[in-house]
Design a protein around this ligand. Structure first.
Ligand code: SF4
Ligand code: SF4
Length: 276
């Protein structure tokens, strides 16, 4: 079943990007499962105030399907450099990806339902608390528990295919062999401080060895949202209706410029072919 689900997601993305009304292209998706009662997941409300548990989203939850859809190197190139604002292509692809997620999750849930598997997506996945600057549903933390990668200095989860892409997660009651968190680090700075590109390119100086300054980062996202107003706005406030922004809350300089954009640095740490 696990392989069938991965294949289903791959086929969906391949077909979706043929649509004439979108410009986005995506790479090969990754999909893995986390155990719903994994101690790391059960501890998320303590780590992130207001974070929901899988069992609150789907009574009887057993596993969480987490998938990663990579962007392309061509898209990353449009957003490289030290300009303060993101490229228009980046903003458009961000919104088109979020729109695709809605269709994908709906159709995947229906397909799973035909096979007797229940699946649910929490409302919190599309809301964002503008005061706390946190979501009540962190796809990236589920991705960590599902063994998809490790956190980098850029506050992204770096997979074996990099961090230039987007994650999504669905709670299911599927009894499946779940994956385990990655041992070690895919981020070069966390390995031996031999990188720091994401910190160097952040226009808000929001990244440093001391951590991630979400207030400074959000100011840049808001600046982008004032400019990139033509592609929609993916997130709504806690009232679940009002859009958070007039446009796209994007930036992505810390992934588009990063050597870990399209690969994770495993133990072998080879740096060839890292340029995006
Ligand atoms: S750019 Fe370098 S320091 Fe930043 S997350 Fe990637 S590997 Fe780590
Ligand atoms: S998204 Fe932009 S502002 Fe936020 S941490 Fe990354 S580079 Fe900095």
């Amino acid at each position: 079943m696990k392989e069938k689900i991965k294949k289903w997601i791959e086929c969906f993305v391949e077909e979706y990007q043929k649509r004439p009304d979108i410009l986005a292209k995506w790479g090969q998706p990754l999909a893995q499962f986390a155990q719903a009662d994994h101690p790391y997941i059960q501890n998320l409300p303590a780590l992130i105030p207001g974070h929901q548990l899988p069992q609150e989203v789907l009574p009887g939850a057993v596993s969480i399907l987490v998938y990663y859809i990579p962007f392309t190197r061509e898209l990353a190139r449009t957003n490289q450099g030290k300009e303060e604002l993101a490229s228009a292509q980046w903003a458009r692809t961000y919104e088109e990806t979020n729109a695709m997620f809605r269709d994908l999750n709906e159709q995947l849930s229906a397909w799973l339902g035909e096979k007797g598997v229940r699946a649910a997506v929490p409302e919190a996945s599309s809301t964002f608390d503008q005061k706390a600057l946190m979501s009540g549903w962190s796809h990236r933390h589920f991705a960590w528990a599902a063994g998809l990668g490790t956190f980098g200095m850029n506050n992204m989860l770096i997979t074996r295919q990099g961090c230039c892409g987007r994650f999504f997660s669905l709670v299911t009651d599927l009894e499946v062999e779940t994956d385990v968190p990655v041992q070690g680090e895919y981020c070069l700075y966390k390995q031996d401080q031999s990188c720091g590109v994401c910190m160097e390119y952040c226009p808000a100086q929001a990244l440093s060895p001391q951590g991630y300054d979400r207030q400074s980062c959000y100011k840049i996202l808001q600046k982008n949202a004032q400019v990139h107003t033509g592609y929609g706005s993916s997130y709504v406030s806690a009232d679940k209706v009002t859009p958070n922004s007039p446009g796209s809350d994007v930036c992505g300089k810390c992934v588009a410029n990063a050597p870990c954009a399209f690969r994770g640095f495993g133990p072998e740490r080879k740096r060839e072919n890292v340029c995006c």
